[in-house]
Design a protein around this ligand. Structure first.
Ligand SMILES: CC(=O)[C@@H](O)[C@H](O)COP(=O)(O)O
Ligand SMILES: NCC(=O)COP(=O)(O)O
Length: 240
């Protein structure tokens, strides 16, 4: 199965926000990523707007040639924005304002009413949904109960400690379990050229969301080359 590469361009906006400038422009970055072979563009509109701004999401919605994957918290504010923008896909992620970056997956049992209300509204608008969760079998079962089409496995533990075999094993087991329950399997967070191979090699995983490492590599080689390098690393690792 072909494995999609969605590029998260949050940290192009981080560079712009460092000076509250007008550049680098995420729309221009997205265009380069698409020309370099990205299958989609991911943006995380955080409640604190530390990087991606509402205006970026609106501009991307009318300029992208590939699907937008809008990452957001399951809040009424973000739901209204998603219903207005109507991205191809929304990935619900946990958020804590004090976090430097996403620290873990969503707990699908924590606030069921808020989560189900958000999902119902998105599904009614025809927006594909994905839930960003840890490779936890209980969370996967809950995702299947919620009748979402997809989950995104949080790869952070594996990426931060690739030397611990159990972290990759958990991702592999979670992918098999999720696929068996009819869920599409995505993965992301912390993936780099160095560690992407074993995750890309998971047969059930049909989409990777990668951002920080690609934008960081682009500082040295340019965005086009950074995207192509990640694509090549994924293709080299995928089962034929
Ligand atoms: C959910 C996830 O792992 C990322 O897509 C998220 O966007 C990380 O947040 P920052 O991009 O703000 O680091
Ligand atoms: N959901 C993961 C994502 O979009 C990108 O995460 P990262 O590669 O920036 O860590």
């Amino acid at each position: 199965m072909y494995q999609r590469l969605y590029i998260n361009i949050d940290h192009v906006a981080t560079l712009r926000q460092a000076r509250r400038a007008s550049y680098p422009d995420p729309v221009a970055a997205a265009r380069i990523c698409e020309d370099a072979g990205a299958d989609g563009i991911t943006v995380h509109l955080r409640e604190d707007r530390r990087h991606i701004q509402d205006a970026d999401v609106e501009a991307l919605a009318t300029s992208l040639r590939t699907p937008m994957n809008l990452e957001m918290a399951a809040t009424p504010e973000m739901t209204l924005i998603a219903l207005r923008i109507k991205p191809k896909q929304v990935t619900l992620v946990p958020e804590r304002r004090a976090e430097i970056t996403t620290e873990g997956g969503l707990d699908l049992f924590a606030d069921p009413t808020r989560l189900m209300t958000c999902l119902e509204n998105l599904h009614a608008a025809g927006i594909r949904t994905s839930l960003f969760i840890d490779p936890d079998l209980r969370q996967i079962a809950r995702a299947a109960d919620l009748k979402v089409p997809a989950i995104e496995l949080h790869t952070g533990r594996y990426c931060h400690h690739p030397e611990v075999p159990a972290h990759l094993a958990a991702l592999r087991q979670a992918a098999v379990e999720a696929k068996g329950l009819g869920l599409a399997v995505h993965a992301g967070h912390g993936l780099t050229l160095e560690n992407v191979g074993p995750v890309a090699a998971i047969p059930e995983c049909e989409e990777l969301n990668i951002g920080h490492a690609i934008v960081s590599h682009a500082v040295f080689v340019g965005l086009d080359a950074a995207v192509r390098a990640m694509r090549a690393a994924m293709d080299a690792a995928r089962p034929r």
